[in-house]
Design a protein around this ligand. Structure first.
Ligand code: NDP
Length: 397
């Protein structure tokens, strides 16, 4: 008997709910709660299981969360609301004695800055409460860290060079749209780039470094060096790393729109006065952009996300590339959502499964690469995200 509470009814929340419902042996009772209850009800209807419960909750409010937790008594909360809510949901988990899992690290609303320090600071309190908090269990962060842990465990004595490569070769037939929450997405991409080399962080201009990388079944795509949150935890947990970088593909059309959005001030996250009303331009932009949840029906093509790793095994240098390709249409047929939501929601469900089955249950606050990757990797293929390996191939990096 395990009760799961899903917070957030967006693209990722929809996929998590479908996948949780597909595993009734692990998740026996399901409650979906979010700011807008109608969205939770729509998900429950789409799944077609009348026993799925729904609730309205403001996840910025610890007391409201605690009241909901104390009413439903979940064993675990899967937080797929926005990164702004991470700390309030962690607080409520501590108050009500519930395990916690999320897919993105905390970000304050008023500064486009993310790092793990705020959530790592909860380690002792989760330890003392005997509760497990699993951080960053989507695809990247998430599977990217689990792939790295799997490589370190099975293929290398020391990993030296890590490149996480994230390609979306899909086409949604819109001039411009983001694949997940536009506000979070645009904040992430317009930041300075950053990578780790020889014990130091090197900062670049936004999207300054790019090169064509070849993705399986897709071909060459322009890939841009970004800072991504899992780099912070991976260099900490794999101290043999000499360099760690993250690459993401963008098309020229997307980048042109992004440049215009920035140049005309629509990416601003401070308040401006509009006819006596305070608005945040990026939040206003979100309201007029296509909703990422509506992209699925016409989305073609696939994503390809993986880790390219170089290191030593028995004194010899080897390379290893592990990746998943996910079809947007297949994801849509199964869950009504496109591949980016799917590749995030499936790992979130598996992480919760690992915790409830006791395979990933350890009091404290943990990044995914700190757990045994094997049981998680065994589930990935079964749950819709099969992975493939290339040994000693050309990494291009
Ligand atoms: P959406 O914007 O589609 O969904 C977010 C949901 O959270 C919405 O249902 C929203 O409610 C709800 N919400 C927002 N604020 C509150 C609040 N204060 N109280 C209650 N509910 C709230 O986002 P996505 O589904 O695209 O993304 C969800 C999360 O997944 C994000 O944190 C994102 O960063 C992360 N992510 C992680 C990835 C990874 O690989 N690790 C990749 C992609 C996303 P409403 O519907 O009313 O707006």
């Amino acid at each position: 008997m395990s009760k799961v509470l899903i917070i957030g009814a967006g693209g990722v929340g929809t996929v998590v709910a479908h996948k949780v419902a597909q595993n009734p042996d692990v998740f026996t009772e399901i409650l979906i709660a979010s700011r807008t209850r109608a969205k939770c009800e729509a998900i429950a209807r789409a799944i077609g299981r009348p026993d799925i419960q729904t609730a309205q909750v403001d996840a910025d409010n610890v007391d409201e969360l605690t009241r909901l937790f104390d009413r439903f008594h979940p064993d675990i909360v899967i937080n797929v609301a926005l990164p702004y809510q991470d700390l309030t949901i962690m607080e409520a988990c501590l108050k009500s004695g519930v395990h916690y899992l999320d897919t993105a690290n905390y970000e304050p609303k008023d500064v486009a800055h993310f790092e793990y320090s705020w959530q790592w600071a909860y380690k002792q309190r989760f330890e003392e409460a005997g509760l497990t908090a699993i951080l960053g269990c989507g695809f990247d962060p998430g599977v990217s860290g689990i792939y790295t842990a799997y490589a370190a465990k099975h293929h290398f004595d020391e990993i030296h060079y890590l490149d996480i490569v994230d390609c979306n070769a899909g086409n949604h037939h819109k001039a411009f749209a983001t694949n997940f929450n536009p506000e979070i997405n645009i904040r992430e991409i317009t930041q300075n780039g950053r990578y780790y080399q020889d014990g130091q962080w090197i900062t670049t201009q936004p999207l300054e470094i790019h090169r064509a990388l070849t993705y399986p079944n897709i071909g060459a795509r322009d890939s841009y060096l970004l800072y991504h949150e899992e780099l912070e935890s991976l260099v900490k947990h794999f101290p043999t790393l000499k360099r760690a970088r993250f690459w993401m593909t963008f098309g020229q059309e997307y980048l042109t729109h992004l440049r215009v959005i920035q140049n005309i001030g629509m990416a601003r996250i401070d308040e401006v006065d509009y006819n006596g009303v305070k608005i945040v331009p990026l939040q206003f932009l979100k309201a007029v952009l296509p909703n990422p949840q509506d992209l699925g029906a016409n989305y073609e093509g696939e994503t390809s996300i993986g880790c390219r790793i170089r290191g030593l095994k028995e004194g010899k240098e080897h390379t290893y590339y592990v990746y998943n390709n996910c079809s947007h249409q297949a994801a849509y047929q199964e869950t009504g959502m496109q591949g980016v939501s799917y590749t995030t929601g499936v790992p979130a469900m598996i992480g919760a499964m690992m915790c409830l089955q006791g395979k990933w249950r350890r009091p404290g606050v943990w990044n995914v690469e700190e757990f045994d990757p094997d049981p998680f990797m065994a589930q990935l293929g079964l749950q819709g995200l099969p992975w493939h390996e290339q040994l000693d191939g050309d990494l291009e990096l």
